[in-house]
Design a protein around this ligand. Structure first.
Ligand code: AHM
Ligand code: MG
Length: 321
């Protein structure tokens, strides 16, 4: 018989295959499929935001003093302390989740995303969190990214794309709007070794360190080829990262005079993305150290992030050295 050259594989089917092959256990399969379901729900809310009056701000600020959008609240962004699941539903995994990242883009219908990472509880990584008696608890969330068992993101853009690694490469699934299913569209994604696109918020240029200014100035130098690097910046980590993963180049959110640790969060933004980029053959760095080697001491800890093609991140590290 002639084998069909086009085999459709759903995310659910793919997860079951991984479970059968012993790469993940039944419980992790359930956790991952629940996350993908949550992403479908957020995708639908984001797509309908302007018709269901879900654009604009809620009128409150979050734990870090930032404006919360209505959709941040609906998608439940940024809990102060870890949320324990009721005993009968809880299992052996810890999930870190940024449900709606880049929410400043929503009102203009520009790309946003969700980011997640999954760990096992680890008694060696116990930390006190919460700043008053009602929220204080001991959790084992504060682990280095090198302990991640799985991580991924879902991008809400012209397509809804779910990108996942369980430690055996990076796989992308696109939401088929006709059937409401994520279908496997890219296997074992490899990021190009180099790429002439940089993605930084250059509005902060005057606040940057001189070494970083020099790096950016040099990227703009046309040199003998006559072609400088191109600049692309959405202001949505998931969108800017996804483009970098596919086309190559570098994404950066540096520290600056105002924010000494940059803006992005180690635990639920930088570490999950760094696991993905490494699985795709790229690098994630704070300018000196591998992001996955940094152990967070608090849940909302920030860290500078430089992530993308191996050669581009190494070049940046040399400038900052
Ligand atoms: P958020 O978690 O409040 O949405 O902020 C994170 C976002 C990232 O998606 C994006 O990379 C960055 O903030 C953009 O920041 P800026 O507007 O300073 O360039
Ligand atoms: Mg965020």
């Amino acid at each position: 018989t002639k084998k069909s050259t086009f085999e459709i594989q759903t995310l659910t089917g793919w997860l079951l295959k991984q479970e059968q092959a012993g790469v993940i256990d039944a419980e992790l399969t359930i956790v991952l499929s629940s996350i993908s379901m949550a992403c479908k729900q957020i995708a639908s809310l984001v797509q309908r935001a302007s018709v269901s009056n879900l654009t604009g701000v809620q009128g409150a600020v979050n734990i870090q003093g930032e404006d919360q959008k209505k959709l941040d609240v609906v998608s439940n962004e940024e809990e102060d302390v870890p949320v324990a699941v009721e005993e009968s539903y809880s299992g052996n995994y810890i999930v870190v989740f940024d449900p709606l990242d880049g929410s400043s883009n929503i009102d203009a219908a520009v790309s946003t995303g969700s980011i997640f990472g999954i760990y096992s509880p680890n008694d060696e990584c116990l930390a006190d969190v919460g700043d008053d008696d009602s929220t204080r608890c001991v959790v084992s969330v504060c682990q280095p990214g090198s302990n991640l068992l799985a991580s991924g993101y879902c991008m809400y853009s012209s397509s809804v794309i779910f990108v996942l690694t369980i430690g055996n490469g990076v796989f992308a699934f696109s939401l088929d709007p006709m059937y409401g299913e994520f279908l496997l569209t890219q296997e074992k994604i490899q990021i190009p070794k180099a790429g002439k696109i940089y993605s930084f918020n250059e509005g902060n240029y005057q606040l940057w360190d001189d070494k970083l200014k020099k790096y950016i100035d040099d990227l703009k130098d046309p040199g003998p080829s006559g072609k400088p690097y191109s600049s692309r910046y959405i202001g949505s980590l998931v969108g800017d990262f996804h483009r970098t993963l596919l086309y190559g180049g570098i994404y950066g959110y540096p520290r600056d005079k105002k924010s000494k640790n940059g803006k992005l969060r180690l635990l639920y933004e930088c570490a999950p993305m760094s696991f993905i980029v490494e699985q795709a053959g790229g690098k994630g760095s704070d300018g000196q150290n591998r992001i996955l080697d940094i152990t967070p001491v608090e849940i909302h800890q920030r860290v500078p992030l430089y992530i993308g093609s191996q050669e581009e991140v190494e070049k940046l590290e040399k400038y900052l050295a």
